[in-house]
Design a protein around this ligand. Structure first.
Ligand SMILES: *[C@@H]1O[C@H](CO)[C@@H](O)[C@H](O)[C@H]1NC(C)=O
Ligand SMILES: *[C@@H]1O[C@H](CO)[C@@H](O)[C@H](O)[C@H]1NC(C)=O
Ligand SMILES: *[C@@H]1O[C@H](CO)[C@@H](O)[C@H](O)[C@H]1NC(C)=O
Length: 330
């Protein structure tokens, strides 16, 4: 490594010149001031840490985190201070898990929290260039879940039949990995989990809903009452509109039907008239035919001749005709 060959004063100058962007990080541990968790649930406490690459006093290069440790109620958590997690000793059967690393993440997980876990915890790390503890610490509160509430996706407690609503079980404190149970009028529902989605609502679903963070029903919310409004054609803004649309279509259909019937009646009448007319025509024709039987075949021939002449003069206007015309002109 290039840095190792440089003497500390040269490095310090270089680091100063580098400015804020390239500044060597400070010794620091970052975690929330307090963390609140419902008893029995799992707490994941976020934590991160930094250290300089070169010790500001000794000039020693800091490049190895040798030990990480979490302690309850101790300012600097050094040496043999009682701890809940220590990377240098194996602790079987611990509810305290270190999810962090030796680079910058010091996240701590507490599984199935109990009342006595409520302490202020501090993280300490020891490097080849010295050790450091985040003195502020994180205060962990373990609550009974007396602040459990039901929140709903609708502002009103009244939902129309066929509608939907999503209920969410909330608490001021985190309750990860807890079984959430739901009840309607005190009777357990089959659904579990932090949110309850109710759709295609029927009147049977009207009632008081509660959620609980434990099966014993101890950490139970106050009831949230749901009223499913059955629509019986009451004059409401929504149904009113559909009603008028229905009325409109009914009147359009009846007008069309009336027009159709009129046309049908007219058609029948016209047909009847036509039939009568035809009948009289047939009679007339029969009379005409009887008279024409006397007329000879010569007349028919003359008709045919007229037709033939007419056709040729229309379909074949050619030089022949020009000749004829010119002959006429002369
Ligand atoms: C730290 O580690 C935890 C657990 O692996 C992870 O959930 C979290 O995102 C990490 N934090 C950062 C800042 O990377
Ligand atoms: C934790 O408990 C302390 C003392 O009971 C209280 O003052 C603080 O507000 C609590 N913090 C949270 C996040 O609930
Ligand atoms: C729901 O609770 C209210 C009081 O909060 C009560 O008056 C009502 O009868 C309850 N409804 C049912 C179905 O238990």
């Amino acid at each position: 490594m290039e840095q190792m060959k440089m003497n500390p004063s040269t490095l310090s100058v270089l680091l100063l010149l580098a400015g804020p962007l390239g500044a060597d990080p400070e010794w620091h541990v970052e975690y929330p001031d307090s963390f609140c968790v419902v008893e029995g649930s799992t707490a994941t406490i976020p934590c991160s840490f930094t250290h300089p690459k070169v010790h500001e006093k000794t000039g020693a290069v800091v490049d190895l985190v040798e030990r990480v440790v979490w302690c309850p109620n101790h300012k600097i958590c050094h040496g043999t201070t009682p701890n809940v997690y220590d990377s240098s000793s194996v602790r079987a059967d611990s509810r305290f898990l270190y999810l962090g690393d030796r680079v910058g993440n010091c996240t701590l997980k507490i599984i199935k929290t109990v009342k006595r876990d409520a302490e202020t915890y501090r993280f300490r790390f020891e490097t080849n260039g010295g050790g450091f503890a985040g003195k502020k610490g994180v205060r962990v509160n373990v609550t009974n879940g007396e602040d459990v509430k039901v929140r709903s996706s609708v502002t009103d407690n009244v939902v129309k039949e066929g509608g939907q609503v999503t209920l969410t079980c909330t608490s001021a404190c985190s309750f990860h990995e807890l079984d959430v149970h739901w009840y309607r009028n005190g009777h357990a529902l089959s659904e579990t989990g932090p949110s309850l989605h109710l759709s295609h609502l029927t009147n049977d679903e009207t009632g008081n809903y509660t959620c609980s963070l434990d099966s014993s029903g101890q950490k139970t919310s106050a009831p949230w009452s749901l009223v499913v409004l059955v629509d019986e054609g009451k004059p409401e803004s929504g149904s009113n509109q559909s009603e008028s649309v229905w009325l409109l279509s009914v009147s359009v259909v009846s007008v069309l039907l009336a027009v159709f019937l009129l046309l049908l009646a007219g058609l029948v009448f016209a047909k009847r008239r036509h039939a009568q007319k035809k009948a009289s025509e047939v009679i007339q024709k029969q009379e005409v035919d009887r008279k024409q039987e006397a007329v000879g075949a010569s007349e028919e021939v003359s008709y045919a001749t007229v037709h033939f002449k007419c056709n040729t003069s229309r379909s074949a206007p050619g030089p022949e005709h020009e000749i004829v015309y010119s002959e006429v002109a002369r």
